[in-house]
Ligand binder design. Sequence first.
Ligand code: EPU
Length: 421
Amino acid sequence: MEEVIKIEGGHRLKGTVRISGSKNATVALIPACVLGNKPITMYGIPNISDVESLIVLLRELGVSVEKQGEDTLYIDPSNMKNIPMVSAAVQKLRASYYFMGALLGKYGHAEIKMPGGCYLGPRPIDLHLKGFEALGATIEYENGCYILDAKELKGTNIFLDISSVGATINIMMAAVYAKGRTIIENAAREPEIIDIATLLNKMGAKIRGMGTSTIQIDGVEELSKGCIHDIIPDRIEAATYVLMAAAMADDMTIENIIPTHLEAILMKLDQIGINMDVGSDFVRVYKSEGPLKPTEILTKPYPGFATDVQQPFTVLLTQCNGVSTVTETIYRERFKHCDELKRMGADIDVHMPSAFIQGKTKLYGAKVTATDLRCGAGLVVAGLMADGVTEIHDIYHIERGYDNLDGKLKALGAKMWREKV
Ligand code: EPU
């Protein structure tokens, strides 16, 4: 028996939705906590299965973890042990690879299985490994497991061929204890990176330049400070609800956001004709008047248009009059959602790395599969808009990244439920 999400489309949304803490920050912040030896209290933890998997991993490492209230996690690494990370939980998410940088940095040794996560086409980790090697580590790969060793890590200059989010964070974590200065050039500038560096600095690290393409890390002997950290809001969850509002709301407010994190997306919505008010920490979306205009989207690293948003945005483009294009520069194969949307009546041609969306088409409820997390998010948007009932399979992908999706949507007036089929 499999649990599916069913959505009866056509119900207008209204009211206010509060955005949770950022998934992609949280999944790096949790591993970052083990770099120190004092307790960390983290507020804004999203209730998602990726966090559950990380808690399992922390406990396996002997880290004491306590959930306090709805969105608070207390993490105390003072009694942790560095054991090989080979359990099934490692392969439930991609971000388990942040333990590579954290354990290598702290102990000079890490043993960890190949990580899992969404399949978006090939997702190599060569830049992470090259960065560790540049810091002085040796790396072996045996029986599906990476073994990283270093007698001593030494600061150095590392130029990333691609400004990878994961490589930037992982190298930053390993470099926290490296002797001397590490400079990461062409570093990724995503807001999540600032959040992780901010936590590490509160713990006692010396990181500067986060949020720019040059990050400087001066190695320290110890991260000896406990602290409290408030996670930044999830800009991808926020964008998903803004898209739902653009498609289905007369008047809906998305709150607890940092609007500058969403600039590229809000600009595109404005271009196609969505009416919005942008406040200091909210966006209010109104029913759009007149037909929506088609547009061109090119995914780019931050501050460009986020690849994670192109999948749910594609759904809205089916409602624009004319041909829109989406071109992927991050994951050229990230178009599996298009096949699912076609089952619902969308008219989309995919010639990788682009999708051509002919609108405006009516969407109809159908049986579809969440092939990955943001495909799943797109199918929820489509289900809300469609005529009839949409049945979404493989919803574990959605549960990896969306906190209380059912509760939030029902409170906005959506008609959705779960069934075992
Ligand atoms: N890349 C390499 N070698 C590497 C690392 C990356 O070639 O060693 C390539 C990737 O294949 C990709 C590009 O560089 O083409 C960028 O990848 P990046 O490393 O930035 O991605 P990531 O760190 O694996 C994070 C998010 C993804 C998001 C991407 C891009 C987390 C846990 N994941 O992945 O989020 O799509 O950045 O912004 O932070 C999602 O939330 O649904 C999701 C997939």
